[in-house]
Design a binder for this molecule. Sequence first.
Ligand code: NAD
Ligand code: FE2
Length: 381
Amino acid sequence: MRSFTFHPGPRLIAGAGKSEAIADLLPEGPVLFVTDAQLVELKLVDSCLQALEESGRPVTVFDQVEADPSRTTLEAAVEAGRSANARSVVGFGGGSPMDVAKLAAYLLGSGDDLDEIWGVDLAKGDRLPLVLVTTTAGTGSEATPISVITCEGGVKLAVNARPLTADWAVLDPGLTVGLPRGVTAATGIDAVVHAIEAYTSARLKNPLSDALSREALRLLTANLLTACTEPRNLQAREAMLLGAHLAGLAFSNAPVAGVHALAYPLGGLHHLPHGVTNALMLRHVLQHNSEAAREDYAELAPIVVPDCESEGSQARVALLIDRLDQLVRESGIATRLRDYGIDVSEAPTLAREAMKQTRLLVNNPCEISEADALRLYEAAW
Ligand SMILES: NC(=O)c1ccc[n+]([C@@H]2O[C@H](COP(=O)([O-])OP(=O)(O)OC[C@H]3O[C@@H](n4cnc5c(N)ncnc54)[C@H](O)[C@@H]3O)[C@@H](O)[C@H]2O)c1
Ligand SMILES: [Fe+2]
């Protein structure tokens, strides 16, 4: 057997209504509850907060997290936790609140300086106890040791280190039935991309991450359109949450690559939702990779395209790429850069920015040079 290392994720509780059990997962003492204003307004946080309050724990709600959270927001969350003398942290929401919660729990617990820990495995201290309740399906952030923060100039930086893995993740499908169609589609495609990029991850893919990727891709592609068209279908919502979580576990071990590397500059410079940026680049990066990753893509194809097993590997890859493109379109996501007001003259800037995502580019099955990136942005335009 080829040697490999596999890191499990947090302990997991899944099921409708399970988010109300979070008080049992936390130590005594004040709790910093990190979320966003919309989830407060929608009253999605109410039953969780009530459960915490009934448990007698003082709760400080920090609800100022914006999509693609900034460093300033992270620092404000840490400050709120410090003033409240928080003994634990809950992240409640999509990737944005969960990422802030993870890093806030780490900075509060370790006392580390943020500028010393950007990158992989540089955060080695202790964090505060941490529970993540995901309300999108999703970034998989509840499963991963990664926190992504938008820094100066719109550049997304990440801390990727084991201490950021939560103690508990909670998958409660009841929380996702009100997820608007656009967010369902975008976060669902993000999860699909996690599964695919983990499966072709150049350095660290292994039999366990492969198994997780395959099952994630099956659950996600079979349920995304149902979740979009029947938002209250709990079975589809459950499958999406589980698929996104499994994809998160997969890419925690076998990190994502070119699609994310080219998606990040679009998010940083244009504030498009993370899943939309991935959807925009998916087809083009997969085509770029199609020779280098041919065997892997051909293995994934039958999961997404039934009855293609008799085809040769090249045909399977083409069918896979087409079917994924169709899934993106049917989910309602517009697929060209021009649809979002981006000018083709921006392609060189985007390509330059993408080259900064070295932590992701090294995982791609083949090289993406700046000239390649330019061509891929032009193709996506
Ligand atoms: N840590 C990781 O491993 C990881 C992986 C991928 C992406 N990310 C990061 O995650 C962030 C994006 O997260 P996201 O895509 O989950 O979106 P998000 O957290 O930014 O939320 C998007 C919008 O959806 C709303 N929303 C969330 N749940 C809802 C619900 N149940 N009902 C109604 N509205 C709801 C939010 O209020 C918000 O307005 C980006 O910053 C991205 O870089 C992190
Ligand atoms: Fe992602």
